[in-house]
Every structure is written in C-alpha cells, then in structure tokens.
Write a protein that binds this ligand. Structure first.
Ligand code: PFF
Length: 463
C-alpha cells in the first residue's frame, strides 16, 4: 500500500486489473446519466458523431499522454510534473487537476447518492406496486408519478445530504484499502456485471413499440441541430468526451503511476476508450427508444435517467426488481469513478504533503463533503459545478498534450510507450502528430469558443 511519500508504492497487479480500474474510472454516471441527457439536449445523432471524432482524435492521445507522464514519474500529478520537468511551473497543471478533482467529486458524489435513494425506493415500489396501482397506470401516469418523486426528492435537503455522505464514506473506505486490494479488486467484479445488465435493458428498450424513433434520433445525424447552436454543441461534446474518459485532470496520470512497466500503454488506452464509448452508446440505446416510446422529451436534462428508466422497468416483467438491479449497478459504476477522483487528491496529499493514506483520505473527504453539501442545497451551485468539466478538463488536457508534444523529449515518450522496446510503436508518428498539432489546436479553438459562448449567455449584449 502507498504509505506517505517514502513507503513502497502499490500497483495494479494484472493487465485486466489495469483495464478494469481505468475503465471503471471512465465508465460511470458520465456514460449512463450524463451522456444521454447531454446528447438529448444537443440533437442526438449529430452530437454523437462529433463526440466520436473527439474521442478518437483528442481523447485517446490525451489519455496516452497522461499514462506516459504518470508511469514514467511513478507519482501523483503534481509530483510527476515536478519530477519530469524540475524547476518549471508545469506542476501547476497537476495542481489544476487536484482542484478539478475537488469540484467534480463534490457534484458527482451527490448524483451518485441519488442512486442509493432510488435503490431504496425501488424496494419500496416493488413491495407496494400493487397498492400504488402501478400495473393499472398508463405510461403517462407512471411518468408523472416518477417525475413528482424525482422533483420532491431533489427539492428536499436531508435525504440528498445523507445519501451523499454515505456514498462519500464508501468511496473513502475503498480508497483507504489501497490500489490493489481496494480499487482493483472492486473494479474487476463490478464492471462486468454492469455490462451484462445494460445489455438486458437495451433488449427491452429497443423492443418497445415506438422504439424506432429513438434509434433514428441517436444514430441518424440531423445537422440542422448543429446549425442552430454550433458552438454549444461542439464544446459540450468535447467536455463530455473529456469527462467520460476521465481525462484532463490527472486521474489517469495517477492511475498510470500504478501501471507496471511491462504493460502496453497504447493498447490499454484504446481498450479503455472503446469500452467507455461502447457503454455510452449502449446507455443511449437503453434510454432513447424508451424516451420516444413513452413520449418523453429527450432534452429533458439531468433527470432523464431517473424518470425514464423507472417507467421502462415498470413495463417489464419483474418490474421494480429491475430498477433495484439497475440502480445498484449504477451505484457501483459511480463508485469505481468516485474512487478514481478521490485517489487523485489522496495521492497528492500523501506524496506531496507526506500524510498517511488514511489521513489524506479523511482530509479530502471532509473538504469535499463541505462542497458537496453546498451542491445539494443550492441548484445553482450544482449547475455551475456540473458544467465546470466542460471547460476545466479541456484546459488541463491542452497543457498535458502540449507537454508531451513539445516539452518532453520524443525518445522518452516513445520509450515509455514501448515499455523500453518490448512493444511495437508503429503508431508513434500518428500519435506525435496528434499530440503536437491536432489536439492542442483543436482544444484551444474549442475552448475559446466555449468561453465566448458562455460569455454571450451571461452578457447577451456582447453577441
Ligand atoms: N469518467 C467518469 C464518468 O464518466 O462517470 C467521471 C469522471 C471520473 C470524470 C474521473 C473525471 C475523472 F477524473
């Protein structure tokens, strides 16, 4: 286990363990809760297409860059930059990542807490479904029932706060248990189960009457939606790509530092990106057909999953038992992500500030706890935190690719990617071109557009 700055460092013990942990970080609420509603708000298919291009041309190069930095330094994001680029200001990028980790962990753990509320409610709904008259209700009525429940729950204070605290405590427990015996162990079990369950849901959703419209919405790009609000769509697609892959804030620098030297970083990154994208698309396939079949508005916003899915479950044999299983797994998917964000802070506190792992985790949890409670009581703060990854992560990602493309010596990067010559790196010229030119230019441009469009939204007179 990692013990402060001087103890022997923990690491992932197998190739599958690395992929499960990194994919565990990547796959989470971002895929199942955020992707469908952001895609829904931005026109569906056209958004998906842009998103896929960003994942391939920007996301994978950033992810590989993070792995290279982490594994070559074997340290947290701040320590890693200090070690590789001593005497420079590059470690501030690591620090920006730690700050992002605080913000993301706060709102993310709040939404993760909602899964626990729904877990409990689904047991109640399963038991009381006869009494509540679910089977006699029309889909309209069911939708209204679940909308009322969602709105009542969010407007309250205590329940969201309690679930947030419980979720934070689970996350802390796993992180304190260490990399191999905590993070890797749980990710290896939880990720495959999530996958199977999602597939079952897709089958139910696409076989509903009226499901076709949802498939068209997701897979047939309608470019008129892009023409209406091009800046908004591209910056949200970029932000979502970064958020979903867990890149741009040093999470994968941290995980990269636990990857053994012999592992192939390029194939790990590609596998993780493929798994992540696949799950986002599958989540879309589970949600949009049902959204259209039940006449729900796909641009509904953050509540999409929490209202739509219970309606689908009630339409399935077994009803609310499915809801229970789904929210259990959504909760697991969220935990494998929250632990990765907490790990960024814990690795930083323990290695740079010389704390024990336990103390580091407790300090982090208390401070994030404070921010999280602010998010539960104020929808405005929640909204700002939830929107922040769209700008913060691309900003961090920009400097990470610039560092790899322009600052770190090319042979060093290649040596790390090839594990000292063990793996072939025929892709290197392409990778180099992407990190040197394509990714930095594209991110800089989109970032500028993103800032501009937010300014216009705030001060319309500028437009
Ligand atoms: N990638 C996670 C998801 O899609 O749910 C969220 C996340 C985890 C974002 C870790 C950033 C991060 F560093």
């Amino acid at each position: 286990m990692i013990q402060g700055g001087n103890g022997e460092r923990d690491s992932f013990s197998s190739k599958f363990g690395v992929i499960a942990a990194a994919a565990g970080s990547a796959i989470g609420l971002g895929n199942i809760w955020r992707f469908p509603y952001v895609a829904g708000e931005n026109g569906g298919g056209a958004f998906l297409l842009i998103y896929l291009i960003f994942i391939a041309a920007i996301g994978i190069p950033v992810m590989m860059s993070e792995f290279v930095i982490g594994r070559s330094a074997q340290l947290n994001p701040v320590g890693a930059f200090k070690k590789i680029a001593p005497g420079t200001k590059w470690h501030l990028i690591g620090l920006l990542g730690v700050v992002s980790a605080f913000i993301i962990l706060a709102f993310y753990t709040v939404v993760a807490g909602w899964t626990l509320e729904y877990l409990l409610q689904s047991v109640k709904w399963a038991i009381l479904s006869g009494k509540l008259g679910f089977s006699e209700m029309s889909n309209e009525a069911l939708r209204e029932f679940f909308t009322n429940h969602y709105e009542g729950f969010i407007a309250g204070i205590w329940r969201p706060v309690i679930w947030f605290v419980v979720m934070m405590a689970f996350t802390g427990y796993i992180v304190i248990s260490g990399v191999k015996n905590g993070i890797e162990k749980y990710s290896k079990i939880l990720m495959p189960v999530l996958f199977v369950l999602l597939i079952v849901l897709v089958i139910r959703s696409v076989t509903l009457e009226g499901a076709r419209k949802g498939l068209i919405f997701l897979f047939k790009p309608d470019f008129s939606t892009i023409r209406e609000a091009p800046m908004k769509i591209v910056i949200e697609a970029l932000g979502q790509a970064f958020f979903s892959l867990s890149i741009g804030m040093g999470t994968l620098i941290t995980y990269g530092s636990y990857i053994r030297k012999k592992e192939n970083l390029a194939s790990t990154a590609i596998n993780v990106a493929l798994a992540d994208t696949f799950i986002a698309v599958v989540a879309g396939l589970a949600i949009f057909p049902a959204v259209f079949a039940f006449g729900i508005n796909p641009g509904e916003g953050p509540e999409l999953v929490y209202i739509t899915l219970p309606v689908i479950f009630q339409n399935m044999a077994g009803g609310m038992l499915w809801a229970f299983m789904f929210f259990l797994l959504l909760c697991f998917a969220a935990i494998t992500s929250t632990i990765s964000v907490l790990e960024v802070i814990v690795a930083y506190f323990s290695e740079q500030l010389n704390m024990t792992r336990k103390r580091a985790a407790l300090m982090a949890m208390i401070s994030v706890g404070f921010l999280g409670i602010l998010c539960t009581v104020s929808p405005d703060i929640f909204g700002i935190f939830n929107a922040s990854p769209d700008l913060m992560l691309p900003l961090g990602g920009f400097f990470i690719v610039v560092f790899i493309g322009w600052i770190l010596a090319r042979d060093k990067t290649r040596k790390e990617l090839s594990s000292e010559g063990t793996h072939t790196t025929g892709y290197f010229p392409l990778f180099n071109f992407l990190v040197k030119f394509v990714a930095p230019l594209a991110i800089a441009l989109l970032f500028a557009l993103g800032v501009y469009s937010r300014m216009i939204a705030l001060f319309p007179s500028l437009g």
